[in-house]
Design a protein around this ligand. Structure first.
Ligand code: 8YV
Length: 323
């Protein structure tokens, strides 16, 4: 039989996924699940035909330049690929694939959880119970913000944005969206399209971010744009932390312009801006968007489908570049 392709898998993956890898590949797995330094990735990649990476592996131009010539594909176990310099890979003739679709439902679920949790004060409510600070009943304290009937603005109406819209409709929210292009009218389901992000912001009682982190979107949620939102609005981010300007968001949460924020993603995870930790109106999660057993298995299988297709001489379904 022909030799199995050789791959480096940079992080521990679910058992079912690793079993399939071991069956079909001559693979170096990471059983400790410790983060690999650049030098470890380069050392591990020697003699490999492909890499299976995650967003914790920063495949920037410098790292891509150091990969051995044998590496022909980088398959990332994620929908986001802002950790990969795709142009640098293309120049070296390296195909790049991601894992869209399979995590849209899980991520939209977390966005809805954050939206509800931020609006209704789930974090401080939970803390009051645990710390035995639940005082006498009051009609005026503690109070959150109603979700039903409110307007939700979605920045980035791709697969995850549309999954979020479906959930929010079930909570009787009015959907607005800004996206590079307008959806076909049959897919809008009543959502109101705004040509620019700025046009949408005055309609956002809630704003949920579902766009990719790109040079165009990095820092786009800044002080000027937050100022365009209605008072007491709620921001939800399950996309990438660097889309939001931390100084602007923290000032808006401290100053009361924003009622609350629900955040699953941060700049420089897990060493996040420490000011978030002391904000009572911030509901914080450690990047759980895709973190279900079912979804992580499906992501692994999707990454392997892409690798299998590549090594069979076919175009991977989730190819991000043309070589
Ligand atoms: C993950 C993600 O938590 O898919 C993405 O872009 O950010 C998440 O699914 C993780 O990075 C998976 O490797």
């Amino acid at each position: 039989p022909p030799a199995k392709p050789r791959i480096l898998v940079t992080r521990k993956l679910p058992d079912e996924v690793e079993a399939r890898i071991e069956k079909d590949y001559d693979a170096t797995l990471n059983e400790t699940d410790e983060l690999l330094a650049d030098d470890d990735i380069i050392a591990g990649a020697q003699g490999c035909d492909g890499l299976l990476v995650t967003p914790t592996d920063k495949c920037n131009a410098a790292l891509v330049a150091r990969l051995p010539d044998t590496v022909k594909i980088i398959a990332t176990f994620s929908v986001g690929y802002d950790h990969i310099d795709v142009d640098a890979a293309t120049q070296r003739g390296i195909s790049v694939t991601n894992t869209p679709d399979v995590l849209s439902a899980a991520t939209a679920d977390i966005a809805m959880l954050l939206l509800l949790g931020a609006a209704r004060g789930a974090y401080w409510g939970e803390r009051i119970v645990r710390e035995d600070r639940w005082g006498a009943w009051s009609a005026v304290y503690p109070l959150g913000y109603e979700v039903s009937g409110k307007r939700l603005g979605i920045l980035g109406m791709g697969r995850i944005g549309q999954a979020m819209a479906r959930r929010a409709r079930g909570f009787d929210m009015e959907i607005h969206y800004h996206n590079r292009s307008r959806l076909p009218s049959g897919e809008e389901q009543g959502a109101v399209f705004h040509e620019t992000f700025e046009d949408m912001l005055p309609h956002c009682d809630f704003l949920s971010i579902h766009c990719a982190s790109t040079p165009e979107t990095r820092g786009i949620v800044d002080a000027q744009r937050i100022a365009l939102m209605p008072d007491n609005a709620v921001l939800v981010n399950t996309a990438r932390g660097d889309i939001v300007d931390d100084d602007a968001l923290i000032a808006a949460l401290q100053g009361g312009k924003l009622a609350a924020a629900g955040l699953d993603v941060f700049r420089n995870e897990p060493d996040i801006d420490p000011r978030y930790r002391s904000l009572d109106n911030a509901f914080l999660l450690p990047h759980l968007g895709s973190a279900t057993i079912e979804t992580r298995v499906a992501m692994g299988m999707r990454a392997l489908d892409n690798l299998d297709a590549y090594f069979a001489g076919d175009n991977p379904g989730d190819l991000l570049n043309r070589i």
